[in-house]
Design a protein around this ligand. Structure first.
Ligand code: DGT
Ligand code: MG
Length: 241
């Protein structure tokens, strides 16, 4: 049965090392098509939340459910094949652009790859390269700009067609035009999927269904943009400070 994308955290506590809790009593619920954002200072535990969803680390206290099933009962490979992580440190390899977009979806046709690149707004820069989709990338795609690498990472996720999207936004800035392409591509990619956003740009967070403000591993505020602004607490400070 295909997984649909309901994620629940129930009283989740977690620490990488014995004794030091990095996440404290996390409770949350996400439905397919919803966008849940995590904001908070560095070290607050944002990336850790996503490390737990894809089982890079196992929790020993509390429960994480995927469509009502304890994720510890789902095969790790099956679990990860339903998820894509986009933008942050996209791993590109020496090979063509086409192969880099195809990545794990070895059965993807050229048409599917081009369609994914179009959705991701990556098609425009690719087709302007002398060798187009057959352009060879150096290891880690160093012959592309940061923005172009990010667009490729969106295209790769579009081909993978994941149930869960994890958007770990890069801190480094790209030019305004590329930024607009990235935001648009991401918006199309998110449609119908459960998306967890670790945002550095507060503009990315604004339209989320729920925003979780993490501080020292705890959710100290939650709500949508308007609710949190009215609260005049930490989120308000982040926006106005
Ligand atoms: P960021 O990315 O700088 O905005 O910070 P967050 O909010 O993503 O923080 P996160 O989840 O990476 O780290 C939370 C705490 O956990 C912080 O004290 C560092 C620690 N930590 C993160 N990753 C690891 C790890 O792989 N091993 C150990 N031992 N500690 C880790
Ligand atoms: Mg992080």
């Amino acid at each position: 049965i295909p997984l649909r994308g309901y994620i629940t955290f129930k009283d989740v506590n977690f620490g990488y090392d014995e004794g030091k809790r990095v996440l404290k009593n996390i409770n949350l619920y996400a439905k397919p098509g919803q966008k849940i954002a995590f904001v908070g200072s560095t070290g607050a535990g944002k990336t850790t939340v996503t490390n737990l969803i894809n089982r890079f680390y196992e929790i020993n206290d509390g429960t994480i459910l995927f469509d009502g099933i304890d994720i510890r009962r789902i095969n790790k490979h099956d679990l990860r094949s339903t998820m894509s992580i986009v933008l942050q440190d996209v791993h590109l390899f020496e090979g063509t652009i086409k192969d880099n977009i195809r990545y794990g979806r070895l059965d993807a046709t050229d048409e599917e790859i081009i369609e994914a690149a179009k959705l991701a707004n990556a098609h425009y820069f690719i087709k302007n390269l002398p060798n187009g989709y057959d352009t060879m990338l150096t290891a880690d795609g160093m012959n592309l700009s940061q923005g172009e690498r990010q667009l490729l990472s969106i295209a790769r996720a579009a081909v993978a067609d994941p149930t869960i999207l994890i958007l770990d936004e890069a801190t480094s800035s790209v030019d305004t035009r590329t930024e607009k392409l990235i935001v648009e591509g991401m918006d199309k990619l998110m449609e119908g999927r459960t998306t967890f956003v670790i945002a550095h740009r507060l503009s990315t967070v604004r339209d989320s269904d729920a925003i979780m403000v993490l501080e020292h591993g705890e959710i100290i505020e939650r709500g949508d943009h308007e609710e949190l602004m009215n609260l005049k607490g930490r989120y308000y400070e982040l926006n106005t400070g």
